[in-house]
Design a protein around this ligand. Structure first.
Ligand code: C5P
Length: 414
């Protein structure tokens, strides 16, 4: 069994006790590295910043010193330089993030050059490295840059794709630094045990919208937070994740493939299409049980004192899927207002699940639209596991711990 992840969000920050070296090189995106440093610190990391000379032309070392509380290293020689930092820094930290990484530092790393403090640290580094390239669109498209990145990736370095959009130079295309939020996630993956490596996880999330007419629909109070947390944490632990989500304003977690659906029927098709290729399905979506028999083509008009709408039962996605179940681990949720454990146990059997996650949605700090949850995990065998109030990411960790245990029992470890 792989070691369980210790990386947590919420009450225990994800980078608690971790030391990260942030290398900043000389591109205009260097200003975004300040936001990245702040986010890493908020997530519990101790951050040591090393800047190239060109980077200091864009942002002053004082900015990073104020944010990190640590002296910023910029020089290999001279009165400011600490002896042996050029070797020790890349070996003492837990991970190195270079953001932004210019074409220049990428070229130097690929060629094995060490002509300043950061490039020398990277040459001597023994810790995992994440490169976050940001540069002009033509530089990014230059085959020599791509070849250099291929070489670095082949040597085990992690490289984030830059984003597309309008660049600071006015050009439009690939080259923007990824969002700091996403860099934090990629760094979290770098530091997490990869116990889901090679495992394909399908997660459903959010509510469904069941259309009544062109402007109205039936829905529920689900925000998607629990399912999105599961997708995010599974990716962090190395999984290939597909998130099938009903309408939700939440941002797609970095690295996760999102399939957007509206109705229960659409969700059923999306799950059916992907289930056979998956190793685990976690149905966190709050699927509408009923839909209007007819979706009116024109807006239903006001006028009558009373109106009635005929409803048809939606397909039970888990029920349908259980017929296709082979070796997949299948997990359901039971959001209940009463008889929590009895209801959950009934669904566990009826839907042929490996385990079910039950939560009392009458609690204010658990269930719909909040960042915390208090759940009980019921399996086919053994006592229910009653968890305390946790952040949804911590609940996701515990659910995924159980999924990985079940996969390991079948001889399928990440
Ligand atoms: O029966 P109930 O809706 O309470 O079951 C909850 C579980 O079943 C959740 O995992 C939910 O995603 C799933 N579900 C489903 N298809 C439905 C309704 C719920 O798969 N039509």
């Amino acid at each position: 069994m792989a070691e369980k992840t210790k990386i947590k969000i919420g009450s225990v920050p994800i980078f608690s006790g971790k030391r990260i070296l942030l290398g900043v090189t000389g591109g205009i995106a260097a200003y975004k590295a300040a936001e990245l440093a702040r986010r890493l610190i908020c997530a519990g990391a101790q951050v040591k910043v090393v800047m190239t000379k060109a980077a200091t032309e864009f942002v002053t070392p004082l900015t990073f010193q104020a944010l990190t509380g640590e002296k910023v290293a910029t020089a290999m020689f001279g009165p400011e330089a600490e002896p042996l930092e050029h070797v020790s820094l890349g070996q003492e930290v837990d991970a190195i993030v270079v953001a932004p990484a210019t074409a220049n530092i990428i070229g130097k790393m690929a060629a094995g050059l060490g002509d300043d403090l950061l490039s020398t640290i990277l040459l001597a580094a023994t810790r995992p490295v994440l490169l976050c390239p940001a540069m002009n669109v033509a530089m990014w498209a230059n085959p020599v840059v791509q070849e250099n990145l291929d070489r670095l990736q082949a040597r085990g370095l992690q490289v984030m794709e830059p984003e597309a959009g309008e660049l600071a130079c006015g050009a439009v295309g690939l080259g923007r630094l990824p969002e700091p939020e996403d860099i934090v996630e990629a760094a979290a993956r770098l530091l997490s045990p990869q116990d889901f490596s090679g495992i394909r996880v399908l997660v459903t999330a959010g509510p469904t919208h069941e259309d009544c007419d062109p402007v109205r629909f039936l829905t529920n109070r689900s925000s998607g937070k629990m399912g999105f947390a599961l997708a995010k944490v599974a990716w962090r632990r190395g999984a290939e994740v597909c998130l099938i989500s009903g309408p939700s304003h939440l941002r797609t977690p970095y690295g996760v493939e999102r399939v957007s659906v509206r109705s229960a029927q659409e969700m059923l098709v999306a799950v059916q299409d992907r289930f056979v290729a998956a190793d685990a399905l976690i149905m966190a979506a709050a699927v509408g049980d009923y839909r209007p028999v007819n979706c009116e083509l024109k807006k239903i008009k006001r006028g009558r004192n009373e109106a009635q709408m005929q409803l048809a039962q939606n397909p039970d996605i888990l029920g349908e899927i259980s017929r296709l179940k082979d070796k997949q681990v299948v997990v359901g949720f039971a959001a209940e207002t009463h008889d929590l454990e009895a209801e959950a146990r009934r669904k566990l059997e009826q839907k042929n699940l490996d385990f079910i996650v039950a939560n009392d949605v009458t609690r204010k700090d658990a269930g719909f639209a909040v960042d915390t949850n208090q759940v009980t995990i019921l399996s086919r065998k053994g006592e229910p596991l009653r968890l305390p109030l946790l952040s949804k990411e911590e609940v996701a960790e515990r659910i995924l711990d159980r999924v990985v245990d079940l996969l390991a029992a079948q001889g399928r470890e990440g």
